[in-house]
Design a protein. Structure first.
Length: 182
């Protein structure tokens, strides 16, 4: 496999006058090469969460809609072995559980390839695989389930543990009748 600068040069070579580089064509080429070498099904699940600032968390996070995407891209695949390339900030733990349940029912052997990062719910997906392949610079992040909640600043990802901590604090404080009026 080429290094990143080689891929960038290859994308630049695909650029026609006044048109953007053929990102999808180059990506498909290397996915097909992986399939040819491994003889396994290949699914790429990646998010551009490191390239875009200020993007709402829901647009780059694992969500219930991704379950349908996994069903769509795996439809018609004949082999029961899967290479899942995974790069994600995480997202809904329920969606991750549904994805794991589906791919486990569909494939007998799952290998997760992590080119860089898998955080939170993506870590949960990776840990459900039979095998995890990491680069020297890759890492699994902590499992820190986040809930998407509407706030006065818009929808925000809030750690589930913070909500539990606040609930415990409220329970302790409510034992004092003097504090109930607040």
């Amino acid at each position: 496999m080429p290094i990143w600068s080689d891929i960038l040069a290859e994308m630049a070579d695909t650029q026609e006058q006044g048109r953007p580089p053929d990102f999808d064509g180059v990506r498909r080429k290397y996915l097909a090469e992986l399939h040819r070498n491994s003889q396994r099904n290949v699914i790429l699940y990646a998010s551009g969460w490191l390239q875009r600032e200020g993007v709402p968390p829901a647009t780059v996070s694992i969500s219930d809609e991704d379950m349908q995407a996994f069903m769509e891209v795996s439809h018609g695949l004949e082999s029961d072995e899967l290479d899942l390339i995974l790069h994600s900030p995480g997202g809904s733990p329920e969606a991750a559980e549904a994805i794991v349940s589906y791919v486990r029912s569909r494939f007998s052997h799952i290998r997760v390839i992590m080119p860089q990062l898998a955080m939170s719910a993506a870590t949960m997906i990776a840990c459900a695989a039979d095998e995890i392949v990491l680069g020297k610079h890759s890492f699994l992040g902590p499992i820190d389930p986040q809930l998407l909640l509407p706030t006065s600043l818009g929808v925000r990802a809030v750690p589930a543990q913070a909500i539990l901590d606040q609930f415990d604090r409220a329970q302790r404080e409510c034992t004092d009748p003097a504090k109930l009026s607040a």
